[in-house]
Design a binder for this molecule. Structure first.
Ligand code: HEC
Ligand code: HEC
Ligand code: HEC
Ligand code: HEC
Length: 468
């Protein structure tokens, strides 16, 4: 064990000690959430701001989520070679942020001695302990650690201090990479009005990012040239960056992650000064008739009569519009997925028949760009509501890029006298997993053992919230 890690372990046991005391003394009075939220200190945020605190805790009611790989098994093929192909769920309430990232097969189990595991960077958007650890360990020290090694340090889900100066209503942006990224794109946090600052606090986490390999996997937002698809692609292409090499087609793949902030920032709503907060955190009244911001960050449409109605007359008309946009975007996405799956396997057939890079380069580049455009659309939760026009633009580009890849591949295959390509069975999650050699049952079993032996015994109970 290196010295730095030994220090962390020492620190961990201190925190754990406090946690136990906390359980004993607070659990009956305040409930678990309040106790763990502030790492066992008396929580001034709760006593000072009871309405905000109570509604924040209520995101625990938002338990529903969708198994996206079961719904869209083609994604397993597109993400083959990466942990995204193992498990991918839609988001749910903020109170589950730590438990869900702990349980997902994507973060795996502790690596064997001497091996590198999943980076601790995966904690960055789940907990205020991440900016704390970044401060304590240095950005690279934190990111170079394994995800599982810092588990005992994580004592809170998304919390007041992720968005506010502690104990105050003043908004804050504690993540250094978010500060930098906002400045890079000309919207430095400290120079924005309250409304843009509100959107920016969400944009610390609801943005796309990548782990910078040359800097120990620190989280970075690829925004030097700008935050739209072309500028991000330019950033990645000029760096010759890729997340992984696709095992079927050999494509150097890019991965988008939940670019909600980016899509919103170019929307008609953003232009009209309607932010994440307007729609997802409406102003309400407490029993005494005092106004406060509802911190139960949840779906937006159910708030229609408190928010949307200021500008839109009919809930029916807006619901119909949202349904139509959703339907159209989903249909476009399914078409792209079908095309890309075929392209990956056609590329494989060409390689298998002896194709060289000179022949394959343009097709592989089209697969890379097509899949990027598709992912930059579909990784964005609520795209159809946030920016349907950009969604359509991205997916129509993805469609033409995937078609272009297939047209080139058809020529290459003809030149190599290949007249039959085998495609995988993507009718279910199970068949798609089998096609790319993922054994979900085995991965789950290893994960369960780790949860039982380590997480349940030594981590804060928020890491098993909703699983017991
Ligand atoms: C995900 C970000 C986020 C988290 C977490 C969060 N807040 Fe807020 N909070 C906001 C935003 C955004 C506003 C609205 C600012 C505005 O529009 O004026 C706000 C407003 C407030 C206000 C001003 C009064 C009001 O109701 O508008 C208080 C007080 C407050 N929050 C306390 C808290 C407390 C206490 C917690 C933790 C239990 C918390 N907040 C957690 C983002 C957050
Ligand atoms: C510290 C990072 C972080 C911040 C800040 C943050 N979120 Fe989240 N948000 C998450 C994570 C992580 C999830 C998914 C949790 C899960 O599924 O376990 C999530 C989930 C959500 C969901 C899905 C809720 C549901 O029940 O379907 C919405 C909506 C949402 N966030 C909106 C916002 C808004 C609006 C803001 C700003 C006020 C915000 N978030 C700030 C990390 C963050
Ligand atoms: C004009 C209102 C509006 C604005 C502005 C807005 N949203 Fe949304 N958002 C919605 C609607 C509508 C949905 C679709 C589901 C629902 O909430 O009914 C949604 C969905 C989401 C989801 C997916 C929820 C899920 O469980 O699938 C997330 C996450 C989210 N929004 C975050 C944000 C963030 C972060 C911002 C700001 C950068 C933002 N939203 C801005 C209205 C809005
Ligand atoms: C402050 C005013 C305002 C509020 C509040 C508002 N919107 Fe809008 N909304 C607009 C404007 C402006 C447009 C663009 C109209 C246009 O270009 O025709 C728009 C357009 C839309 C569209 C059309 C598709 C699109 O995004 O371009 C939908 C759907 C929509 N809003 C849903 C909502 C929902 C749902 C809410 C509440 C959660 C909401 N809006 C709150 C001002 C608002």
């Amino acid at each position: 064990m290196n010295k730095q890690l030994a220090l962390f372990k020492q620190h961990n046991s201190k925190v754990l000690g406090m946690t136990k005391k906390c359980v004993a003394s607070f659990v009956a009075v305040l409930g678990l959430a309040s106790c763990f939220a502030a790492s066992a200190k008396t929580d001034i945020n709760q006593t000072k701001f009871p309405d905000q605190y109570k509604t924040w805790a209520e995101t625990e009611e938002q338990t529903e989520r969708e198994d996206m790989l079961a719904s869209y098994p083609a994604n397993i093929i597109l993400w083959a070679g990466s942990s995204f192909a193992k498990e991918y769920h839609s988001p749910r309430g903020h109170q589950f942020a730590v438990a869900d990232v702990t349980h997902t097969l994507r973060t795996g189990v502790p690596p064997k001695e001497g091996e590198k595991g999943t980076s601790a960077s995966c904690w960055t958007c789940k907990t205020p302990d991440a900016p704390r650890l970044i401060k304590e360990m240095g950005f690279e020290g934190y990111s170079a650690s394994n995800f599982t090694d810092l588990g005992t340090e994580i004592n809170s889900v998304v919390y007041c201090t992720d968005c506010h100066v502690d104990g105050s209503a003043e908004l804050a942006l504690p993540r250094p990479h978010a500060q930098n990224a906002m400045s890079k794109t000309g919207i430095p946090f400290e120079k924005q009005d309250a409304s843009m600052q509100g959107a920016q606090v969400c944009g610390q986490c609801h943005v796309t990012y990548y782990f910078q390999p040359e800097k120990s996997n620190v989280v970075n937002m690829p925004w030097i040239f700008g935050s739209d698809t072309d500028n991000i692609l330019k950033y990645y292409d000029t760096r010759r960056f890729y997340e992984w090499i696709h095992p079927i087609s050999k494509t150097p793949i890019l991965k988008a992650r939940h670019p909600e902030f980016e899509h919103w920032s170019r929307s008609k709503h953003a232009e009209a000064n309607v932010t994440c907060i307007t729609c997802h955190m409406p102003v309400e009244e407490n029993a005494k008739g005092e106004e406060f911001t509802n911190h139960k960050v949840d779906k937006a449409l159910p708030h229609f009569d408190k928010t949307c109605i200021a500008c839109h007359e009919s809930k029916e008309a807006i619901t119909a519009q949202l349904d139509a946009d959703k339907h159209e975007i989903e249909a476009m996405a399914r078409e792209v997925e079908g095309l890309l799956v075929k392209a990956h396997y056609e590329a494989k057939a060409a390689w298998d028949a002896g194709a060289n890079w000179e022949q394959m380069n343009s097709a592989i580049m089209s697969i890379r760009h097509g899949q990027w455009h598709w992912d930059f659309a579909m990784a964005s939760h609520g795209l159809y509501a946030h920016n349907p026009d950009e969604g359509r633009m991205l997916l129509s580009r993805a469609t033409s890029q995937a078609k272009m890849a297939r047209a080139v591949l058809a020529q290459v295959l003809a030149g190599l006298k290949v007249d039959k390509v085998e495609y995988p069975d993507i009718s279910s999650k199970e068949s798609a997993h089998a096609a790319v050699g993922i054994n979900e049952a085995k991965l789950s079993e290893a994960k369960q053992m780790f949860i039982k032996d380590e997480v349940e015994k030594h981590w804060n109970p928020i890491a098993v919230r909703g699983y017991q």
